[in-house]
Design a protein around this ligand. Sequence first.
Ligand code: 5GP
Ligand code: ZN
Length: 137
Amino acid sequence: MVKDDCIFCKIAAGEIPSKTIYEDEKYRVILDLGPATRGHALILPKNHYANLFELPEEDAKEVICLAKKMATIMKDKLGCDGFNLVQNNGEAAGQTVFHFHMHLIPRYENDGQEIGWKPGSPSQDELEEIKKQIAGE
Ligand code: 5GP
Ligand code: ZN
């Protein structure tokens, strides 16, 4: 289940070299070439799924467990002060490589990075409407 023209399929398969920090039968974890911080890494499934919506549920469970395992190791080895897990789906959400991946981003006090959003200020009515839209009555 690989896609011919997908760079992350080729990296995950080892056809394109990468700085690999973990590998097993189904996943490869590599250092990001354009890191937000020191140690920024990516979890890549070896199978091609474009995004979270295509990722099978079983794999989703494995990815979050692997993220926890890697974050724990990286926190210990890198001595970071915090950790962000980031996972973008779709161009509107900032996804640029359309092969599912989870960002592992070690954070350091005063690292100068901003990973976040500008908070909105919805009314209670708006929140109620959204709640109904998603979850029903
Ligand atoms: P996205 O914006 O799709 O969530 O993240 C794509 C990430 O992949 C970016 O952080 C970018 O720096 C990284 N990236 C893109 N191409 C390559 C590559 O060829 N090798 C590695 N190691 N990282 C890449
Ligand atoms: Zn792929």
